[in-house]
Ligand binder design. Structure first.
Ligand code: MLY
Length: 265
């Protein structure tokens, strides 16, 4: 559920800026999700990306599909955007001269694949071509900057989309860090990853945005231009901790220890 998380309030509190929408490989108006549970389509096997398999829609959330490969188990579900280039209507693979493959970890003997395929497609509801969307183009270059806020898939728990901050930028790679979590979920990805979204994406698509965690300090903007006036009004000594490269450490607090107020658990 959306909880009571408000980006507007949160951006003010953290004195931070959202990454502008042109940074992302996402369409500016999110694609409609016209899929239904049970529809079948072709999908790349995420564990064996050279093979095209039959997948069933087992869940819907915002502009995403929860997919399960036919003949696989229920422990390897994966999520794809409705405008992913990794999904296509049934028939596409064979039209281009390819052959549908059993998923990695096919439950049955490999020799039973042709019969399994026949049975799984017989009478199946195939997702119609018109509900697939073209993948948006990649932005020409990396426009992300450290400290910008975004919404990002937690790759260890890919059903979650969470508030995140750009932790570092290196060429075409960015470090995605999860607000309020200690770092175990952070990852590097290309700036045009399909797993990252502009602030407000979940509220537009109706997907669930997780609230920030409570296990670590929330990163503030490294250059708090917007927060400086507020800081000044609170007294000049409050500005110093806000400056880049400085840490606020009260007597009695050890180096590397977070202020009590920032540790919730
Ligand atoms: N129960 C899991 C889920 C953590 C999810 C973290 N994401 C949202 C960044 C755990 O505590 O490990």
């Amino acid at each position: 559920h959306q909880g009571h998380f408000s980006w507007e309030k949160y951006l003010k509190e953290t004195g931070s800026q959202p990454a502008p929408p042109h940074c992302f490989r996402q369409s500016c108006s999110p694609p409609s999700n016209d899929y239904k549970i049970g529809m079948k389509l072709e999908a790349q096997d995420p564990r064996n990306t050279t093979s095209t398999c039959i997948a069933s829609v087992v869940g819907l959330t915002g502009a995403r599909l929860r997919l399960r490969l036919d003949g696989s188990d229920n422990k390897n579900d994966f999520w794809r955007l409705v405008d992913s280039s990794e999904i296509q209507p049934i028939g596409t693979c064979e039209k281009s001269g390819g052959m549908l493959q059993p998923p990695l970890g096919f439950r049955l003997n490999a020799s039973s694949w042709p019969m399994f395929l026949l049975k799984t497609l017989n009478g199946a509801e195939m997702a119609p071509a018109k509900i697939f969307h073209k993948e948006p183009p990649s932005p020409p270059q990396n426009h992300f900057e450290m400290g910008m806020k975004l919404e990002a898939v937690d790759r260890k728990n890919p059903h979650f989309i969470c508030p995140a901050t750009i932790g570092e930028v290196r060429g075409s790679e960015i470090l995605v860090t999860f607000d309020g979590w200690r770092g175990a979920f952070d990852y590097w990805c290309r700036y045009d990853s399909r797993d990252i979204f502009p602030v407000g994406w979940c509220s537009l698509t109706g997907d669930n945005l997780q609230p920030p965690g409570t296990k670590a300090a929330i990163p503030k903007s490294p250059l708090p231009a917007a927060g400086i006036a507020t800081a000044l009004m609170r007294g000049p000594k409050n500005i110093l901790p806000a400056l880049p490269g400085r840490r606020c450490r009260k007597p009695g607090r050890k180096k590397g220890q977070l202020p009590k107020a920032l540790v919730h658990q």
